[in-house]
Design a protein around this ligand. Structure first.
Ligand code: OAD
Length: 256
């Protein structure tokens, strides 16, 4: 049996199975771990990274735009690129998927741990609290050299802002080759290990160590549900794969 044509590729019985798994797991503290990626915000108008044509990495080179070497080679270009992306994030609004996740966590207090790779703030603006952010926050800045001037660098206006000592301001996201914030990845791994259901939404599963959460949850005995309109690199870890978008499927999976 299938949902109406709007749900063209979504199998209703699989959706019902996933819904039941989530409802059962939500009766337990930390029972549901949700792990989101760029596809979560796609219907809010924020481009993903790896979708063909529309993905940022189809149009820009990640080694130029998302690495320390790329930033040092052309700080102004990289700064301006992030400034443009920040504008897009500020103008975007949470979609029905973000709202469904926040509502589910409120309805099942203490049951849901939300882990995101996204650097936008749409989960937070939808009402999700205590979100574990693995890849940082695009709306924050930080110094490239954290210990310069004994930690007392002063930002002079510029693109990017810079200190007289030469230190540069950079966006507060994790770039390729950098470590994830230790507390965040440890908390995410703990949540994946302890949950009964891991709900994975809108990630290609191409970037580690974040992608390893699916295998970790499965090995620890959790049921893994994937929501994604396309194949991902971690589909093999899933017990249930739902081919649909976050804004369409999450309200169906998570309504009270
Ligand atoms: P990707 O761009 O790699 O993958 C996005 C996924 O979302 C794809 O699998 C799409 O099929 C899926 N998708 C697209 N539209 C969707 C929708 N409406 N609903 C649900 N899913 C949809 O993005 P991530 O997996 O998040 O790193 O990428 C991981 C990391 O790579 C990012 O955090 C970023 C990037 O380099 C940093 O910013 C540090």
């Amino acid at each position: 049996m299938w949902w109406s044509s709007r749900w063209s590729r979504v199998d209703a019985s699989k959706t019902a199975e996933a819904r039941a798994l989530l409802q059962r797991a939500a009766a337990h503290a930390g029972g549901v771990c949700v792990f989101t990626g760029a596809g979560m915000s796609a219907e809010s108008g924020i481009p993903t990274f790896r979708d063909a044509l529309t993905g940022l990495w189809a149009r820009f080179d990640p080694t130029e735009m998302a690495s320390e070497e790329g930033f040092r080679a052309n700080p102004q270009r990289v700064w301006d690129w992030y400034a443009e992306r920040r504008d897009g994030v500020r103008k975007a609004k949470p979609n029905a998927g973000h709202r469904a996740l926040a509502g589910f966590a409120i309805a099942h207090r203490g049951a849901v741990v939300l882990v995101t790779q996204n650097v936008d703030d749409l989960h937070q603006r939808a009402g999700s609290t205590d979100t574990i952010r693995l890849h940082g926050d695009i709306l924050q800045d930080r110094w490239l050299e954290s210990g310069a001037c004994g930690g007392g660098c002063v930002a002079l206006p510029g693109r990017p802002p810079a200190c007289a000592c030469g230190n540069l301001m950079r966006p507060g996201v994790v770039w390729f080759g950098e470590m994830l914030p230790e507390a965040a990845i440890e908390a995410a791994q703990h949540a994946a290990r302890c949950c009964r259901v891991l709900l994975v939404v809108g990630t290609s599963g191409a970037v580690w160590p974040a992608a390893g959460l699916a295998e970790l949850a499965r090995r620890s005995g959790a049921q893994v549900i994937i929501v994604n309109p396309a194949d991902s690199e971690i589909d093999a870890q899933a017990h249930v794969v739902l081919r649909g978008t976050a804004a369409l499927l999450l309200p169906v999976l998570l309504d009270a």
